[in-house]
Design a protein around this ligand. Structure first.
Ligand SMILES: [Fe+2]
Ligand SMILES: [Fe+2]
Length: 329
């Protein structure tokens, strides 16, 4: 069910926006400061609405596109147990996409608009999904690192000021936690296996480490939206703050696995108690975001084909709903 009821904002709210913006903004900020949740029908500044639509839809697109690199390995999983876990994980990601599109729709945008923006290449999704999954170890590393980074980013979103997004994140985070564990378990099995398996695990870490650090977004000094999002309590931590938390949590896990983080400059700083990373290649990040990553074209082609092949399902569902409505009338 789409939320067309919310497509038109009611006149009272729009009136408040134009007639007394300063007062309305102050009231809005006071609610945020008091940790009240903002709900779909509450007045909100247009920029808050636009920020959330952008963020939630990018998040939804990432979940959907993110099924690609892992779906690639379902038919080649090394055992029935691994296949069942991977199937469940990929289905979870689809579910995350669906909750998130629904959360975005509460802000007055339709799912069709959002999906069209993705398919036409106007919308962004996480840069990490433009990298290939070349070996089975990549499935372990994706679960361990990509889902691990997603948890770091999403746990604070459970306290996001926008109610529908915050509530969707609670279930999503529980599932991401399972994803991270299944990935770590694959890495543990490989790193305790033969020399060839250990080398495969190390190779996956070598290729994915830096792209995973880039998942947290540009450094705080370059982040366009960070300050306002922090004031509105959409974000609770800056990009660099979350990246640091992730590095601090992950370095000891790599040590436990007996793997080497591919960063010769990585060092533990006694004074701050943090692992300090070497420089990140932001030129690569910008290149991948702009469409120049190894798999950008393939990912979008896959989505376009899936959308086209699903046209008959959407048509059938609409015909079924129309018949039910006609019967009810
Ligand atoms: Fe997910
Ligand atoms: Fe996940």
């Amino acid at each position: 069910m789409y939320s067309q009821g919310l497509d038109q904002r009611d006149g009272r709210h729009d009136g408040a926006n134009t007639a007394e913006p300063a007062e309305a903004l102050a009231r809005f900020q006071a609610r945020i400061d008091a940790e009240e949740k903002i709900e779909a029908n509450d007045w909100m500044p247009d920029a808050y609405r636009r920020t959330l639509i952008r963020q939630i839809s990018q998040h939804a697109h990432s979940e959907i596109v993110g099924m690609g690199p892992e779906g690639n390995w379902i038919t080649r999983a090394p055992s029935l147990r691994r296949k069942a876990a991977l199937l469940a994980k990929v289905q979870d990601e689809c579910g995350h996409g669906v909750y998130l599109y629904a959360a975005a729709e509460t802000l007055g945008v339709s799912r069709e608009e959002l999906v069209d923006a993705l398919l036409e290449g106007r919308a962004k999704y996480s840069s990490i999904f433009n990298y290939p999954t070349l070996t089975w170890a990549d499935i372990g590393a994706v679960g361990w690192l990509v889902d691990g980074a997603a948890i770091m980013n999403q746990i604070p979103l459970c306290r996001c000021s926008y109610g529908p997004y915050a509530r969707a994140m609670i279930r999503v985070c529980k599932e991401e936690s399972f994803h991270q564990r299944q990935g770590f378990e694959i890495m543990l099995t490989l790193s305790r296996g033969t020399a060839a398996q250990q080398a495969m695990a190390q190779d996956a870490l070598d290729r994915l480490w830096w792209p995973v650090l880039m998942m947290f977004g540009p450094p705080d000094t370059d982040s366009q939206h960070s300050d306002q999002s922090m004031r509105w309590k959409i974000k609770r931590f800056t990009n660099d703050g979350l990246r640091q938390k992730f590095i601090d949590a992950t370095v000891p896990q790599a040590q436990y696995l007996g793997l080497t983080i591919p960063d010769p400059a990585l060092r533990f700083d006694d004074a701050s108690g943090h692992w300090i990373s070497g420089p990140i290649d932001w030129a690569e990040f910008r290149r991948v975001l702009a469409g120049g990553g190894p798999c950008n074209r393939e990912r979008l082609e896959t989505r376009r084909r899936a959308h086209a092949e699903g046209a008959w399902v959407r048509a059938a569902a609409q015909a079924h709903a129309a018949r039910h409505e006609a019967k009810a009338a």
